[in-house]
Ligand binder design. Structure first.
Ligand SMILES: Cc1cc2nc3c(=O)[nH]c(=O)nc-3n(C[C@H](O)[C@H](O)[C@H](O)COP(=O)(O)OP(=O)(O)OC[C@H]3O[C@@H](n4cnc5c(N)ncnc54)[C@H](O)[C@@H]3O)c2cc1C
Length: 478
């Protein structure tokens, strides 16, 4: 593997690009620039491949897809599936008793994650020519870090260009009593030896509702406790209410307007007391109250890199920090907390470093919440569009009106498209149903191409697909 020349211990190793933290943006830029022949060092203190691959998107979606299989099997009789004993007698009732084998689930998840990690470690990174330093980086001066290597040695590296991509970590808010009760983060849920009897989920954002939905599908009793008026604060109330209905259909109890005021233990149980005096108890507690930027101990002051009031690295629309030559990307830079946003940050940096203009301003970042049914979202909500002064047309139709949903029997949810009445362009869409995360990509392309709602309504879309619901929902506008 071609590597950047290694300097003797105390000397500073000069490289073209120094990447601190191997998240989505960091590893993508490191590989690209190394392939172009630059001297690139990337420092990673933990798992190869970053958060998404190891403890976030990939393992959670692997588990969610397994839980969906379980649900399908349990409900298979209603689709006409029968199970027979070897003697031919009917055993269909057994389908409803299907359960997951946690060890097998974990093994599959680890195989999926392990495969991706191995691809990074053995193929992608070495194939690109980047030098990977396994250890923790801390800035000691302008564009310069000291790396405490995992093997006990120290290295100093200076980049002509530096990228900070250190991500986020679960936030632990100041709720009285929280420090003295055992609690889990989303990472702990990925390695459970057994399912909890009754899980309390504190926080109804994306991670909280996804985890509540997953656990509900696995047969765990779940209570979701959320301080806001509805789950998923950013969504319109009707969309959030439909997501909450989906959770309730899985047996999840959803408490809103329930800010946690205190947490304590009562024997073997954890008790959350909310501001309005409700006492909710469960066997285990999951914290899903947001993620905090990883900046502590990074020595950013020494590098001249400032933080925002919220503690993220301060960047402009070109991802430049307050220190010349130092960029930041991904979660730590305050980009929307999605892997695809971090990946887009990489593309912005790719162009800028190649001398082309690029910016993060005005980009359209869709998102999905992988509940069951799932929510896909792109662009503005109805409330945001009205607040921004648009004259708004809103089209809605139940997912049950989409022929494909009829064929699968999964008819929960609805499609909602927000349109500017004056320009007739689509401002945003929220879709709840099977494959919603894919369906909104079609809306996103229409928005990027500045199509009018009439063009999208009249586009010939394959039948019967969930995307065809876009023809149906826009038909309601005329
Ligand atoms: C449970 C969960 C589910 C999620 N699901 C989705 C999803 O389905 N879709 C989606 O788009 N997003 C999802 N996300 C969000 C997504 O995972 C993050 O937005 C994304 O991983 C952020 O990537 P990043 O590029 O900012 O850096 P990260 O991938 O977080 O990488 C940062 C890296 O920096 C390293 N590092 C930190 N400090 C140092 C240091 N001092 N020295 C060396 N290395 C250091 C860390 O070890 C880490 O590997 C999910 C998040 C969670 C928690």
């Amino acid at each position: 593997m071609p590597t950047a020349p290694t300097a003797p211990q105390d000397a500073v190793q000069d490289v073209d690009l120094l990447v601190v933290g191997g998240g989505k943006a960091g590893k993508s830029l490191a590989m690209l620039r190394a392939k172009k022949g630059e001297r690139v060092v990337m420092v990673e203190r933990d798992k190869i491949g970053g958060t998404c691959v190891n403890v976030a998107c990939i393992p959670t979606k692997t588990l969610i897809s397994a839980a969906r299989v379980l649900r399908e099997v349990q409900g298979a009789a209603s689709s006409g599936v029968r199970l027979a004993e070897p003697d031919g007698s009917d055993a269909t009732g057994l389908l409803a008793r299907a359960r997951t084998d946690l060890d097998a689930l974990r093994e599959r998840k680890e195989a999926v994650v392990g495969g991706m990690v191995a691809a990074h470690e053995n193929v992608l990174f070495p194939g690109s020519g980047l030098e990977l330093l396994r250890g923790t980086a801390r800035f000691t001066g302008e564009r310069t870090v000291e790396v405490a290597l995992d093997d006990g040695r120290t290295r100093r590296v200076r980049g002509a260009t530096v990228l900070i991509n250190t991500g986020t970590t679960p936030a632990v808010p100041a709720v009285p009593g929280l420090e003295s009760v055992p609690c889990w983060t989303s990472e702990d849920l990925l390695t459970l030896p057994e399912l909890p009897e009754h899980l309390l989920v504190l926080g109804g954002g994306v991670i909280g509702v996804e985890m509540a939905s997953l656990m509900g599908m696995l047969g765990v009793s779940v209570t979701l406790i959320h301080s806001g008026e509805h789950v998923l604060d950013r969504e319109d109330a009707d969309v959030a209410a439909e997501v909450a209905r989906g959770l309730e259909a899985l047996g999840v109890t959803v408490l809103t307007g329930a800010r946690a005021q205190g947490v304590s233990r009562d024997g073997e149980r954890t008790v959350v007391v909310t501001e309005d005096g409700r006492r909710v108890s469960g066997s285990h507690l999951l914290l899903a109250l947001g993620r905090a930027p990883v900046t502590q101990g990074l020595g950013l002051e020494a590098a001249g890199v400032e933080l925002t009031d919220q503690g993220f690295v301060r960047v402009n629309e070109r991802l430049e920090t307050t220190a010349p030559g130092v960029y930041a990307a991904g979660d730590v830079a305050g980009s929307p907390q999605f892997t695809h946003a971090s990946w887009n940050d990489f593309r912005v940096l790719r162009d800028l470093l190649d001398g082309r203009e690029a910016t993060t301003a005005g980009r359209l970042v869709p998102w999905a919440v992988f509940t069951t049914p799932e929510l896909g979202h792109v662009g503005m909500t109805e409330a945001e569009a009205r607040r921004a002064g648009h004259e708004v047309l809103v089209a809605t139709t139940p997912t049950a009106a989409v022929p494909r949903a009829r064929t699968t029997g999964r008819t929960e949810g609805f499609y909602k498209v927000v349109v500017d009445a004056r320009t007739e362009e689509v401002l945003g869409a929220a879709v709840i149903g099977d494959g919603a995360s894919e369906v909104v990509t079609s809306v996103q392309m229409a928005m990027l191409g500045h199509l009018t709602w009439r063009q999208l309504r009249d586009a010939v879309i394959t039948h019967p697909t969930m995307a065809e619901g876009l023809n149906i929902v826009l038909d309601t506008l005329g």
